[in-house]
Design a protein around this ligand. Structure first.
Ligand SMILES: [Ca+2]
Ligand SMILES: [Ca+2]
Length: 336
């Protein structure tokens, strides 16, 4: 029972609403911890305690994602692209998809790299004509992520497109992960002797995703394997490069049948010569004999003055002269 003059009074006059309490010290209503509002009217949990992870209750008692977080704040907010963007990649906020940074290519969820470099493997190639093809390698270093088309063009130097090799232009494709692609150029085997012939190949256009390196031109030499003059020249002849015909070597002459042989077949004996007019051996002037057998000086050149060599190869004094024809003849007869 209360003393006289007193009556039961409820704390704070019983005015505190639900989720509020009366503070005995000042006899005032306050919202319970974690509740907001006017404690005599309505105490409420912000946003009805519905905000998910990484979100907060803001204006109009509405949930909002924390700064740098995205998604539905009532179901929980997540960092940009769920934090899945890897090296050299960033999150595209509107789509929440990872993309490679500008100038980089690759899989943004794994790695993005600088564009691959495409160029010829070697500055020059050599091929033997009868091999049939030359295989020219184009290589890619660095990122191999992008699928890239590359075009090439050929240029004649001394070889001619269409007759010495086939292919004026073409296109090659580097698929993802591919580091090397071959350009195969057919070489014409013309079976004709010729000098080394050359042509060049240039890379001309490349799709984005890769860039050209330094080596975008290569020179191809076609080495001839055809024999000079179409094969070995006959005996005593050699190939004349300008005309590509076999010609007789020095000192030899052409025969009626196309071969080469020594003048007079080389049968002339000493002190004889081959007469080009009839290809026969003749004794040199002042010599007697048969050009292919023996040529000799008449009487061995032993006749003295006013003496002549006879058909029997003996010396005789000229008519009207007397004496020893080997020592010299005299006009008058003298007892020797
Ligand atoms: Ca050729
Ligand atoms: Ca040839």
């Amino acid at each position: 029972m209360c003393d006289i003059g007193y009556f039961i009074s409820e704390p704070c006059g019983g005015l505190c609403c639900a989720n509020a309490y009366c503070n005995e010290e000042d006899n005032k209503c306050y919202c319970n911890k974690g509740y907001y509002g006017v404690p005599t009217v309505n105490c409420y949990k912000p946003c009805k305690d519905l905000c998910g992870t990484n979100s907060y209750c803001g204006k109009h008692n509405t949930c909002y994602c924390n700064d740098g977080f995205y998604g539905n704040p009532y179901f929980g907010c997540y960092p940009a692209c769920h934090g899945l963007c890897k090296t050299n990649a960033k999150c595209d906020i509107p789509t929440q998809k990872c993309v490679c940074n500008e100038g980089f290519f690759g899989n943004p969820y794994k790695i993005c790299e600088k564009p691959g470099i495409i160029q010829f493997e070697k500055p020059e190639y050599s091929v033997i004509e009868n091999v049939g093809v030359v295989v020219i390698k184009v290589i890619r270093t660095g990122s191999t992520y992008a699928g890239v088309h590359v075009t090439w063009t050929s240029h004649d130097v001394t070889a001619k497109q269409g007759s010495d090799y086939i292919g004026s232009q073409g296109k090659i494709y580097f698929g993802t992960g591919v580091t090397s692609v071959e350009i195969i150029i057919p070489i014409t085997n013309d079976m004709m002797y010729e000098k080394i012939e050359t042509f060049s190949l240039s890379l001309t256009f490349i799709e984005p995703g890769a860039v050209f390196g330094q080596l975008i031109t290569t020179v191809v030499s076609i080495e001839d394997n055809d024999a000079p003059c179409g094969g070995p020249c006959p005996q005593y002849s050699k190939c004349d490069p300008p005309s590509q015909k076999c010609v007789c070597i020095k000192g030899y002459i052409k025969t009626y049948y196309g071969g080469c042989e020594l003048p007079c077949k080389g049968l002339c004996c000493a002190n004889a010569y081959c007469d080009a007019r009839d290809n026969r051996c003749k004794c040199n002037p002042g010599y007697w004999g048969i050009g292919t057998v023996k040529c000799f000086k008449p009487c061995n050149d032993a006749c003295g003055s006013y003496a002549l060599c006879g058909k029997d190869n003996k010396c005789y004094c000229e008519q009207g002269y007397y004496g020893n024809p080997y020592k010299g003849c005299y006009c008058e007869y003298k007892e020797s």
